[in-house]
Write a protein that binds this ligand. Structure first.
Ligand code: NDP
Length: 329
């Protein structure tokens, strides 16, 4: 069942070959048909995430051509077979859409987040992917507890700002890293007690914890921070390596975990922490409750037209962004 009249073609960003931001081409493509259990959404905004730079450049292999983007918000304009949980006209957001860098995208109904009244439908695209990530990292990958010391890298980034606030709300002390004075100030405002540079941070974390080290390091920067992240941990501490904005971490000798104090290391991914509609809903409910309670705030640092997605990728890869960047059709 589909609302009429819907266009048969639309504009979207398409990637035909791996490469730099210039391979993101604004072009005409067909409007996708929602399959069983899916809806068609008219895009209000697509969320920009670091993973799309890995997919574009070929760090993550993708079948070509493809339309990037899994995060977006908008209005439901089409229902695939068997969908009854949402209605035409509902405003939704998701981290699990297919090709959200487009005027229309499809998404599985079980991965839709209802957008609470009071949240702007455009801004709603700022929450799902980085919000669900920040949630699973501190609630499930390493359940952060009151009194613990947590190191969050890229503290002024999309995930970093949210994760810092969520850890502080649980009573943890957050130390973060960031590259510029402006970013350091943003991270402090999110609740970081101290914001450090990307070199020499391990020694400072140790000093700040009476020589013990952090209980957990949330590291989405990867290659440049990995070694010092390990050095920042206390005995039996955990390194959560969840990304590589500076590059991927090269192969690693597991014996190092032994010598460094029986450390734990994990490399988690959002898809495995949102496997069911129930799990996604639980995480979303906690996030939206925190937004409503005022213990969580999100920052839209920039908006770009979708047709200029290449410029948005350049900014993200050149460390010029803070918080969330949105792409508008
Ligand atoms: P951010 O907004 O955090 O942007 C990346 C930031 O990384 C930059 O702003 C920059 O902050 C920092 N950075 C450090 N070194 C570099 C470098 N050499 N080049 C570019 N940036 C650098 O992005 P996101 O919030 O979207 O994502 C953060 C990380 O989380 C990424 O690695 C992403 O892949 C990962 N991620 C993982 C998920 C998962 O489930 N595993 C899900 C979502 C995101 P500064 O200038 O302060 O250094």
């Amino acid at each position: 069942m589909t609302e009429n009249p819907l266009p048969t073609t639309q504009h979207a960003v398409r990637v035909d070959v791996s490469g730099g931001p210039e391979v993101l081409q604004w072009t005409e493509v067909e409007v996708p048909a929602p399959g069983p259990g899916e809806v068609l959404v008219k895009t209000a905004a697509a969320g920009l995430n670091f993973i799309e730079t890995y997919q574009r450049s070929g760090v993550y292999r993708m079948p070509h051509p493809f339309i990037p983007g899994s995060e977006g918000s908008g209005t439901v304009v089409g229902l695939g077979p068997g969908v009854s949980a949402v209605s035409l006209g509902d405003v939704v957001a998701t981290a699990a859409g297919s090709g959200t860098y487009a005027e229309y995208f499809t998404a599985p109904v079980g991965q839709l987040l209802p957008v609470p009244a009071g949240v702007d439908p455009v801004h709603a695209a700022a929450i799902p992917l980085q919000g669900l990530t920040a949630h699973y990292l501190h609630r499930s990958t390493f359940p952060v507890e009151s009194g613990q010391t947590v190191l969050v890298h890229a503290g002024a980034g999309g995930v970093g700002l949210l994760l810092t606030q969520l850890c502080v709300a649980r009573g943890a002390t957050v130390i973060s890293t960031a590259s510029t004075d402006e970013k350091k100030e943003l991270s402090r405002r999110a609740g970081a007690s101290e914001v450090l540079d990307y070199t020499g941070f391990a020694a400072r974390v140790r000093e700040a914890t009476d020589g013990e080290g952090a209980h957990v390091v949330f590291d989405g920067v990867g290659k440049d921070t990995f070694d010092e992240s390990l050095e920042s941990l206390r005995v039996r501490g955990t390194l959560v390596l969840f990304g590589g904005s500076s590059g991927q971490v090269p192969p690693f000798d597991l014996q190092r975990l032994n010598g460094a104090g029986s450390l734990f290391i994990t490399r988690p991914s959002l898809a495995f922490y949102t496997r069911t509609a129930e799990e996604t809903r639980w995480r979303a409910e906690e996030l939206f409750a925190a937004l409503e309670a005022g213990t969580l705030d999100f920052r839209v640092g920039a908006t770009h037209p979708l047709s200029e997605a290449g410029r948005a990728h350049e900014d993200l890869e050149s460390r010029r962004t803070t918080g969330k960047s949105l792409l508008l059709p």
